[in-house]
Design a protein around this ligand. Structure first.
Ligand SMILES: NC(=O)c1ccc[n+]([C@@H]2O[C@H](COP(=O)([O-])OP(=O)(O)OC[C@H]3O[C@@H](n4cnc5c(N)ncnc54)[C@H](OP(=O)(O)O)[C@@H]3O)[C@@H](O)[C@H]2O)c1
Length: 327
């Protein structure tokens, strides 16, 4: 491998997990305002496998070949002209470029400096790479969009997943009463994270078990058992459904209007400043980060297969083979 190349996960066609392979590709060079980051770990998110298969952000990335991934944790190797806030050697994490391609399943990434933040000091790179997309989604849904306040009742569906475990903790941090749906095996852990009530969605319909909810953070959507539409029933008049997975269909919008509640689509955005705030909460011990498993780049396909099964506790992460704890 020359100094101008690096290892990256690429795919030549849309397809299943087997479409992912490691290849030697050109190493990116930072433009003015950008940093070159030596990636230690890259987080995996559902949008990755959706895009791999031709949905998700595939329309923005265009036809393969391309490299998936948005979440990175690593070390600044080089800064482009004009960057004053970061320098070589700084440990950073981020979700740069989303929803454009970030090519994060690779040994190096370039992106605007301000789309990164300093990595939480108390986390290794594997755990830091698990944070950006999922935690920014939870933060922007709970804090920026719903403006959750102390005393409000917040329902989080799929609370045991990547976004859900952060949403539970952020809502709890704001002083909300948190109701969470998850399989029974995850209930003790979710209570430790701050859930006040837990509902086993495999045996109980949540609309039979809770009511008077101010904000629903729905992470399941209408594709599975009409979870979004059913969640309208638990909202108080004027309450808000943040429809995270697949936007708001005309049918869902009409049902919300008929029920006298609000619904909004949602798409996460890069936000280095919010990542700095989130890092402070993590370092203060207010927010825990759960990584179910880390896989080496070469096992990206196996990692996707695990994620697509829909049972992940917290997050899955890829490691590039550098740094302590790699692979
Ligand atoms: N719009 C955006 O900007 C945005 C951003 C991030 C994510 N998303 C979307 O949001 C969704 C969640 O993302 P994620 O990263 O949190 O996914 P994830 O980590 O893959 O979610 C896995 C979790 O889902 C739970 N689950 C599955 N079906 C469930 C159901 N019917 N009821 C309750 N829990 C259920 C599982 O819990 P059990 O094991 O207990 O069953 C598992 O812990 C995905 O569709 C993703 O694409 C959208």
């Amino acid at each position: 491998m020359s100094a101008d190349t690096m290892r990256a996960v690429v795919q030549d066609t849309f397809g299943g997990p087997e479409a992912l392979r490691v290849a030697e590709v050109t190493r990116p060079v930072p433009l003015p305002t950008e940093v070159l980051v030596r990636v230690h770990a890259a987080g995996i998110n559902p949008v990755d496998w959706k895009t791999r298969g031709g949905s998700g952000m595939a329309g923005l990335l265009g036809e393969p070949p391309f490299t998936l991934g948005w979440d990175v944790s690593g070390v600044v190797e080089e800064v482009g002209f004009g960057v004053t806030t970061l320098k070589a050697g700084d440990e950073v994490y981020g979700m740069p470029w989303f929803p454009r391609a970030a090519n994060a399943y690779a040994e190096y990434v370039t992106a605007p400096a301000r789309q990164f933040a300093r990595k939480p000091a108390t986390l290794d790179h594997v755990h830091a790479a698990a944070v950006p997309l999922a935690a920014l989604t939870a933060w922007q849904a709970v804090v920026d969009t719903a403006r959750v306040r102390a005393g409000q009742r917040v329902l989080v569906t799929a609370a045991a997943g990547g976004v859900g475990h952060f949403a539970v903790q952020f809502a709890r941090h704001l002083g909300a009463h948190v109701v969470a749906t998850a399989g029974a095996a995850r209930h003790p852990w979710l209570k430790e994270l701050g859930a006040d009530e837990v509902i086993d969605y495999t045996s109980t319909r949540f609309e039979d078990a809770t009511a008077g909810i101010d904000v629903v953070i729905d992470l399941v959507g209408d594709d599975h058992d009409l979870t979004g539409t059913r969640s309208l029933k638990v909202l108080r008049p004027g309450g808000l459904l943040v429809a995270v997975p697949a936007g708001v269909s005309p049918e869902l919008a009409a049902a919300a209007e008929a029920a006298g509640v609000r619904v909004t689509p949602f798409l996460v955005e890069p936000d280095g400043a919010a990542l700095t705030t989130i890092a402070a909460l993590i370092d203060a011990g207010e927010v825990a980060v759960e990584v179910e498993r880390a896989f080496p780049l070469e096992q990206a396909g196996a990692a996707h297969a695990r994620g697509e099964a829909g049972r992940t506790r917290g997050k899955l992460v890829l490691t590039t083979g550098v740094g302590p704890g790699a692979n």
